[in-house]
Ligand binder design. Structure first.
Ligand code: THU
Ligand code: ZN
Length: 141
């Protein structure tokens, strides 16, 4: 499995070379595999107005979705520091819009690839069902 994952992790490592990170100097790359077997990559793109910064995973999701791919099979994330970076909370929720809890998430930590699942990283994600449940609840009142 890791042999397989290493090609995806390498795509994430190549992606961080394009990162625009003058503020944090912390390049991150993400590689997202879709059900069709294509891989879409992203890097972080920072902004002088810090909160405008885009995360690598968000950019990868945007790349895939804009081309009509909404089913994701695997994600790899790597930072230049090889420090085991994981998707932040916001990115976990962004991924949960399209992927279920079983999505494998591979994170490069030194020479090691650490495997998580989206469900392990983000239990009880907010979903469309969450919203419809709350509509039902408010109808009851
Ligand atoms: N970063 C990502 O690109 N993805 C994450 O989910 C974690 C954080 C970026 C944001 C910022 O440009 C830098 O890493 C430091 O936080
Ligand atoms: Zn993030």
């Amino acid at each position: 499995m890791d042999g397989d994952a290493s090609a995806l992790v390498e795509r994430a490592e190549t992606a961080f070379e394009s990162a625009h990170v003058p503020y944090s100097e912390y390049p991150v790359g993400a590689a997202l595999e879709t059900a069709s077997g294509e891989v879409f990559v992203g890097c972080n793109v920072e902004n002088a107005n810090y909160s405008n910064s885009l995360h690598a995973e968000e950019v990868a999701v945007g790349e895939a979705v804009k081309r009509g791919h909404t089913e994701f099979t695997r994600l790899a994330v790597a930072s230049a520091a090889r420090d085991g970076v994981t998707p932040c909370g916001m990115c976990r929720q962004t991924l949960a819009e399209f992927a279920d809890e079983s999505l494998p998430v591979f994170c490069l930590d030194g020479e090691e690839i650490v495997e998580y699942t989206l469900g392990k990283l983000l239990p009880a994600a907010i979903s469309e069902e969450t919203l419809s449940d709350s509509e039902a609840a408010s109808d009851e009142t």
